[in-house]
Design a protein. Structure first.
Length: 171
């Protein structure tokens, strides 16, 4: 059994970047980094770092299945989202994962940050001009532009600190 398993789902590469940073910050050889799609239930660990990207306020079914399968483990969440670069929004994202986590697990915390979105999102926003509230639409486009720079080096450093904090909790 591994000490740590870092499993992630990433459509655009944002969450994968955070996963790699977390994996590299774990100071042991008893660890593995996998895309959640590679997980077949055979790989076991004491502590799981589970990463997911947010789409329409939820995570993918494969992540839900992964989280739901865990029992009596240490679990931490991480991930990225294009919208809502606020602590309150990140708390909502954490709660998405907690919905599926069995109460016999030990939840250690979470780290979420903004991630760039595909250009199709910007195009979708633009297509709403004249149909949606202008102020809200302008705010969404502004957020899209801000997200283009993420995850950035500061986001990765925060992921590294998050990992060290989780490992310290386990000591």
């Amino acid at each position: 059994m591994l000490k740590y398993l870092v499993a992630y789902a990433s459509e655009t590469g944002n969450t994968k970047m955070i996963a790699e940073e977390i994996y590299n910050a774990i100071p042991t050889d008893s660890k593995k980094l996998i895309n959640v799609r590679q997980w077949n239930g055979d790989l076991k660990a004491q502590t799981y770092f589970i990463g997911y990207w947010v789409n329409r306020n939820t995570c993918s079914l494969e992540v839900i299945d992964f989280i739901s399968s865990l029992h009596n483990k240490n679990v931490a969440f991480f991930g990225t989202c294009g919208l809502g670069n606020t602590e309150s929004y990140y708390k909502k994202i954490e709660n998405i994962g907690l919905t599926w986590l069995s109460s016999d697990n030990r939840f250690l915390g979470s780290y979420f940050c903004q991630g760039k979105m595909p250009v199709e999102i910007r195009q979708k926003y633009e297509s709403c001009r004249g149909l949606c509230d202008k102020e809200l639409l302008d705010k969404m486009i502004e957020n899209y532009e801000e997200a283009k720079a993420h995850p950035n080096r500061q986001d990765l450093l925060r992921a590294n600190v998050f990992t060290s904090d989780i490992i310290a909790k386990l000591s």
